[in-house]
Write a protein that binds this ligand. Structure first.
Ligand code: SAH
Length: 373
């Protein structure tokens, strides 16, 4: 029987070493493979010109480098946000988004952020998020997470400097593969994107937050908080039934005490739902307990999913009141950023990622779309 070729994209250096040794080759070959795949983005063994022809033939017979298939690249004509649609080997689809900097300082202008998916769909069913309407199909492998960066880098005009694990899916439900991808991408023999420039966002897995603290993981931690009212949060984010607001806050307190790293809270103000004086008061109280940063994210429409019931009642807080909400927190010495809605015109903004067939054909604005064979 013909031996199945091993997919090596996604293997760590140690795993590559074991693999080349199993082929009777010297260990240093693993470092070459690692650098070709992850630093140089090689898609085939042919490209690996400093590896001997003989060994490349051996590799061809025993290994393969699985790649995502780039189906479409859409560029926002208003802000340059670029959305990539990828097909996986089993024909499922995922999206990633390249986000240009919002600020205009020279330091910010050198920044280029990629928003990565960690699952196909998502099981959490947060009422405001388009991805939730797809349901959950499967976890991505570390190789599939990494390859989103490899492809995006090829299309980017400069180096990708930051990664946010905030695309489709819940990273904490795919913890092992997510952390493996982080370890590979942050390696200085790979793309060398330091942990300080990588953010992992969770809907509230208190157990994994504690695990990150125990493992002393250096990535930035973001929490999609959205309200501190347990009942409202249960309505908005069913995960609250598993980990209550109190469980979450306790885990974050543990995280902060252990790591001294400030988590970032993401907060979408919904008109009349979580944007009142009482909400501000609770938030301020929380910030006294857990030093934190706050990202206010405007609610991006997910009307294209045909939302109904409670989801359909959610409306964005008007801009002026959103700014006032942010200002009230700043007055209490909380660091607050109000996010722009980069990519909203191409449905690439936070929470708008869902594969094509779920969307209505009607698009509000034209986009530059390049279909890649
Ligand atoms: N599951 C993870 C990561 C994916 S969501 C998490 O929950 O954090 C990434 C961010 O987009 C989260 O802060 C989420 O709350 C936000 N988001 C989801 N839907 C949104 C929408 N319609 N408008 C604005 N932000 C949204």
């Amino acid at each position: 029987m013909k031996k199945k070729k091993k997919n090596i994209r996604g293997l760590s250096l140690k795993e590559l070493q074991d693999f080349v040794e199993s082929l009777g080759e010297r260990k240093y070959r693993a470092a070459q493979l690692f650098s070709w795949m992850y630093a140089k983005g090689a898609q085939s063994f042919d490209e690996m010109t400093d590896i001997s022809k003989e060994f490349r033939v051996v590799l061809e017979h025993s290994a393969r480098i699985d790649s995502l298939d780039l189906v479409r690249k859409s560029v926002s004509p208003t802000d340059g946000t670029t959305k990539f649609l990828f097909r996986l080997n089993d024909n499922l689809m995922i999206e990633s988004v390249l986000i240009p900097p919002e600020e205009t300082s020279p330091a910010a202008e050198r920044r280029l952020t990629l928003c990565l998916s960690t699952q196909v769909g998502c099981p959490l069913d947060c009422k405001f998020c388009a991805t939730g309407t797809m349901g959950f199909l499967r976890n991505l492998t570390a190789g599939e997470i990494i390859d989103q960066v490899t492809h995006a880098q090829r299309h980017a005009s400069r180096r990708i400097t930051n990664l946010v694990y905030m695309g489709m899916g819940e990273p904490m439900l795919n913890y092992e593969e997510v952390m493996k991808s982080v370890d590979i991408l942050s390696d200085d023999r790979s793309l060398n994107i330091g942990a300080k420039h990588i953010a992992i966002s969770t809907a509230g897995y208190a157990d994994k937050i504690r695990q990150m603290a125990d493992e002393d993981r250096k990535e930035k931690l973001a929490i999609s908080l959205h309200t501190l009212d347990n009942e409202k949060r249960t309505q908005l984010m069913p995960i609250t039934k598993k980990f209550s607001v109190d469980d979450l806050v306790e885990a974050l307190e543990y995280y902060y005490r252990k790591t001294r790293r400030r988590p970032t809270f993401e907060y979408i103000p919904f008109d009349g739902f979580n944007d009142t004086k009482e909400d501000i008061r609770r938030f301020v109280k929380l910030s006294k307990r857990i030093p934190c940063k706050v990202n206010i994210i405007p609610f991006h429409s997910i009307a294209f999913t045909g939302a109904s019931g409670f989801a359909a009642t959610l409306k964005p807080t008007p801009r002026v009141r959103m700014e006032a909400f942010a200002q009230a927190l700043r007055e209490e010495n909380i660091t607050v950023m109000v996010r722009s809605s980069a990519g909203e015109d191409i449905e690439a903004a936070c929470g708008q990622l869902a594969v094509e067939e779920k969307k209505s054909k009607a698009k509000s604005k034209p986009t530059i779309t390049e279909t890649v064979s």
